[in-house]
Write a protein that binds this ligand. Structure first.
Ligand code: HEM
Length: 273
């Protein structure tokens, strides 16, 4: 009863709507900055070696499993291509979601969208090759839990990119926006993986890192997808309490993500640049 009264007050409904929009916008700004920090790392660490062809520089990376392999020219080149695609798609993907770009520069949005979709498809297909076929030594982590997790991530990227493309071809813009957002989220699974591991490490003081890493291999794309579905549900809901609860949850997750970004830079990326 009290709930119904609360929900029907126009100022409460307005507040709930604005809180949810503010939480979504804050999440997006923090994610965009964090992804561009990743882009900065990719350029800073790999830029020189790829520009000069001196791939042996990758040996400086402490946690690469199969980066540079002496004598595997084709495999090294393929890995370099994967890195270039990662740079392009991480930079361009975030731009696709900026409403001002969609509103004021629709031609740019279309071209940037094509670049993003092509790069993400190529990175996912190439990533599958890196995991299962690069040899010798075998690509991937030789840890079949992690390999399975990233393989499902790659398959979802391909499936969602096709669905986003098909929706825009039939001019179903609402469906296109949702599939594009899902494509963006799964494409950034590798980014969520790194940021999430760092957020876990600092918030739990490094508790059960191996178990968390195995689980988060899947969680790095499943959790963002579930949060997005919850956000869509709250957006459609007439219930102010649902909207405010979602906004609060999203602000908390954004704070955690922000901490993970700072730590990823300080511990993983910054020292390699
Ligand atoms: C589409 C978004 C993707 C991005 C932005 C991306 C980015 C990267 C980056 C930056 C690295 C170098 C590692 C580092 O410096 O931290 C890398 C390596 C790698 N990626 Fe991707 N990747 C993506 C998708 C995938 C997918 C879908 C797969 C597999 C299905 C994959 C498989 C690999 C493998 C096997 C390595 C080598 C890892 C190692 O040997 O340690 N990537 N990726």
């Amino acid at each position: 009863m009290a709930d119904a009264a609360l929900n029907s007050a126009p100022h409460t409904r307005n507040f709930a709507k604005r809180a949810l929009a503010a939480a979504g916008a804050t999440w997006f700004v923090v994610a965009l900055l964090g992804q561009w920090v990743f882009v900065y790392y990719i350029a800073g660490f790999y830029g020189h070696s790829i520009a000069t062809g001196n791939f042996a520089e990758w040996a400086r990376h402490p946690s690469l499993i199969t980066g540079y392999v002496a004598g595997d020219g084709a495999g090294n080149l393929f890995f370099a291509a994967h890195i270039v695609l990662a740079f392009v798609l991480t930079f361009s993907g975030a731009l696709q979601l900026v409403p001002q770009v969609r509103k004021h520069a629709i031609a740019f949005h279309r071209w940037n969208g094509r670049v993003f979709l092509a790069a993400t498809l190529a990175a996912a297909i190439g990533g599958l090759w890196l995991v299962w076929l690069r040899a010798p030594p075998a690509g991937g982590s030789e840890n079949h839990v992690n390999d399975t997790a990233i393989t499902i991530n790659g398959v979802l990227i391909i499936a969602f990119a096709v669905l986003a493309w098909r929706a825009v071809r039939r001019k179903d813009i609402a469906a296109h926006q949702n599939w594009a957002m899902r494509t963006y989220l799964v494409t950034n699974g590798v980014w969520f993986l790194r940021v999430g591991v760092m957020a876990w490490a600092i918030s739990t003081q490094g508790l059960a890192m191996d178990t968390f890493f195995a689980a988060w291999g899947f969680g790095s794309y499943v959790v963002p997808l579930l949060v997005f579905e919850a956000y869509l549900h709250a957006k459609r809901s007439d219930n102010a309490v649902v909207k405010v609860a979602m906004a609060g949850g999203l602000f908390a997750l954004t704070a955690l993500m922000g901490a993970g970004i700072v730590w990823a830079y300080l511990i993983m990326w910054g020292p390699l640049i």
